[in-house]
Ligand binder design. Structure first.
Ligand SMILES: O=C(O)CCC(=O)N[C@@H](CCC(=O)O)C(=O)O
Ligand code: ZN
Length: 339
């Protein structure tokens, strides 16, 4: 047993949240290799000679925010099925439970938001000595090593749930990389996962998905799958879309044929990132507003002593409103439909 008697990956991760250098390797009956590289960091390798029909390598992460538990449970279930022999792995995969200490504490983060520390931001002097800075470095190194070993077609899905209710329950964010467009195959995958809304970021960020896009050349998405709830309180029937779509990819099966009348994806572009500018910053969006609430042209969204942001000529929506962030960090995104 790779994780110890009676322990699955999630229980093992919650029981051992500390950085651990020892690497444990187990080979399943069918020859699939499992290498526990660190707490919450698991590398999966199909047996030599097995074909990888989609010629791809997958990084799937959850728990970058420790209280976003449903995607963690989904990933853990998929792994339990694999270990149980219910299906066979076709492609190399790196499975990540992002912030074990915060998961154990039931918190978004311990000292600082891990999903603002990627792309080297963890090296900033103000973040040193925080466990999240060390974790960001470790995850970057692990992903870099994975992408170097499996250079073709690396995809990364970073799974989250949102703090606020959402008028569009499931949505994905596509990190900004100059000159690229979302491939049709990725749109089909999102729809297969029942994610019917896509947000195009307007500039490079310091999220995990932004790092894997920009530095590893991966097709990456942050995927929001529902609402934050504690472990054991998730209705996992609302997450079957992503579970089925990921399992299908890990098995190397072809995508399902899309019906003519099937839903299309709705695309928004980010037009403005609201930052907490510090002294005098006032955010005029109420605390309990749902993601994708739309505001009419001319509505004042935020202001400080120098600047006032008002909605432009066409309606704009708010996503991730959260006034409770440190100065310099994101308070929300303003978005606009693209078509
Ligand atoms: O609901 C919220 O306010 C936050 C949910 C969440 O964690 N979202 C990610 C999005 C990352 C991105 O912009 O791609 C985050 O804020 O880190
Ligand atoms: Zn999150």
């Amino acid at each position: 047993m790779i994780f110890g008697p009676g322990l699955d990956w999630l229980s093992h991760t919650l029981a051992r949240t500390e950085h651990a250098t020892s690497e444990k390797i187990v080979v399943l009956d069918d020859g699939t290799g499992l290498q526990l590289q660190d707490s919450g960091l698991l590398y999966l390798e199909p047996p030599a000679g097995r074909t990888n029909p989609n010629n791809e390598s997958l990084i799937v992460s959850a728990g970058i925010h420790g209280n976003e538990t449903a995607p963690i449970e989904v990933l853990n279930h998929l792994l339990n099925e694999l270990i149980d022999g219910q299906w066979q792995l076709a492609c190399p995969a790196l499975l990540i439970l992002g912030n074990p200490k915060a998961m154990d504490a039931g918190r978004r983060f311990i000292d600082v938001n891990l999903n603002r520390l990627f792309g080297g931001a963890h090296r900033k002097p103000e973040y040193q000595n925080f466990p999240e800075a060390e974790r960001a470095r470790l995850l970057e190194d692990a992903c870099r090593a994975f992408a170097t070993k499996h250079s073709a077609n690396v995809c990364h899905y970073d799974l989250h749930t949102a703090i606020r209710p959402s008028l569009r329950e499931k949505f994905a964010l596509y990190p900004f990389v100059e000159g690229r467009d979302v491939p049709d195959g990725q749109v089909d995958f999102l729809l297969e996962a029942e994610v019917e809304t896509l947000l195009l970021q307007h500039r490079e960020g310091t999220t995990f998905a932004s790092f894997s896009s920009s530095e590893l050349g991966a097709e990456s998405f942050t995927v929001e799958l529902g609402k934050v709830r504690p472990f054991g309180q998730n209705d996992l029937s609302r997450f079957t879309g992503i579970a089925n779509a990921l399992r299908r990819r890990l098995k190397g099966e072809e995508p399902p044929k899309r019906d003519k009348g099937a839903a299309l994806i709705t695309v928004f572009e980010v037009v403005h990132e609201i930052l907490n500018t510090g002294d005098g910053f006032q955010f005029h969006v109420p605390d309990d507003v749902a993601n994708f609430t739309m505001y009419d042209p001319g509505t004042v969204i935020w202001e400080d002593s120098n600047t006032r942001y008002t909605v432009g000529d066409t309606p704009e929506g708010i996503v991730f409103p959260n006034r409770d962030v440190p100065v310099g960090q994101r308070v929300g995104l303003m978005i606009r439909p693209t078509r």
